[in-house]
Design a protein around this ligand. Structure first.
Ligand code: CP
Length: 300
């Protein structure tokens, strides 16, 4: 595996995380039009699952950095003839690509790609990891509070099926935040500390809501109306009214308005949901720069 790959947040130290966030901040200020110095930077985006934000913010980041970008379509590729993921990625390596971005429904898909030598950037694996989503979440929190140490953070909803929950647990604990999980008890994960959501909304500096992942078999939703779910487990206006004055709302999106969050709160004063998407391009620029083996701006 290439050492500049990014597969899981557990592979990054606190210092490495902060270095990527610092680079992302530079992309928002002093280095907004910086491009990769190499003449050829061929990147392929391999998305085997639906995506709007991750797919197109990677593409935006790649274009801004001057990469030549290919958008792989599994439906019209030789995957349809039975080609494996390993052989697909080795093909991109063999025909001259310098890096690949991969989203795949299988947990830990990258374990089968050990022998690939070009950098792999994980854009989400099943219920396992979503490192660039986590980095954009961290950047949004960092922009707001300038630190992670001692911050109270609750992540609420379908924890069991969420790669965002997993990556954020790995990173936020490394960075010294106080992290708890809330939502239906059927959807909690062993080893993830829980707090009643009604208590947590008053305690938290960051309230992060998660979508119900119906596509990964979150069955509880079929027994409950959207309104019932919002009332019992969602961020409704009553819970919002009890949040701390400087607390913020986050959500990786896509949002199911009126289910895990009241539609009116998606763009309320405390919401940073669209700011997260903006930050997604910045962190992906930093991660691609890192994949090409370039030093952080501050070390240059
Ligand atoms: N947050 C996120 O991963 O969104 P997409 O599935 O649209 O990429």
């Amino acid at each position: 595996m290439n050492k500049n790959s990014l597969l899981s947040m557990k592979d990054l130290s606190a210092q490495e995380i902060l270095s990527i966030l610092d680079d992302a901040k530079c992309f928002n200020s002093s280095h907004d039009d910086w491009q990769l110095p190499m003449r050829k930077a061929l990147v392929a985006n391999l998305f085997f699952e639906p995506s709007t934000r991750t797919h197109y913010s990677f593409e935006s980041a790649e274009f801004q950095l001057g990469c030549k970008v290919s958008d792989f379509n599994a439906e019209t590729s030789s995957v349809k003839k039975g080609e494996t993921l390993y052989d697909t990625v080795k093909t991109f390596e063999s025909i001259g690509y310098d890096a690949v971005v991969i989203r795949h429904p299988e947990d830990n898909y990258f374990a089968q790609l050990e022998d690939v030598t070009i950098p792999i950037i994980n854009a989400g694996d099943g219920r396992g990891n979503h490192p660039t989503q986590c980095l954009l979440d961290l950047l949004t929190i960092y922009d707001e509070f300038d630190s992670f140490e001692g911050l109270n953070i609750v992540i609420c909803g379908d924890i069991q099926h969420s790669r965002v929950a997993m990556s954020n647990k790995q990173a936020l604990e490394t960075l010294g935040a106080n992290l708890v999980f809330a939502g239906p008890k059927e959807w909690q994960r062993p080893g993830f500390p829980t707090m009643d959501f009604d208590e947590a909304v008053e305690w938290a500096d960051v309230v992060m809501m998660l979508r119900i992942q119906k596509e990964r078999g979150a069955a509880l939703v079929s027994q409950m109306s959207d309104a019932e779910y919002l009332e019992k487990y969602g961020l409704n206006k009553e819970r919002y009214s009890r949040m701390k004055e400087n607390a913020i709302i986050m959500h990786p999106a896509p949002v199911n308005r009126g289910v895990e969050i009241d539609s009116d709160l998606v763009e309320c004063e405390k919401s940073r949901i669209f700011k997260q998407m903006y930050n997604g391009v910045l962190v992906r620029k930093a991660v691609i720069k890192r994949a090409f083996g370039l030093k952080p701006f501050k070390e240059d």
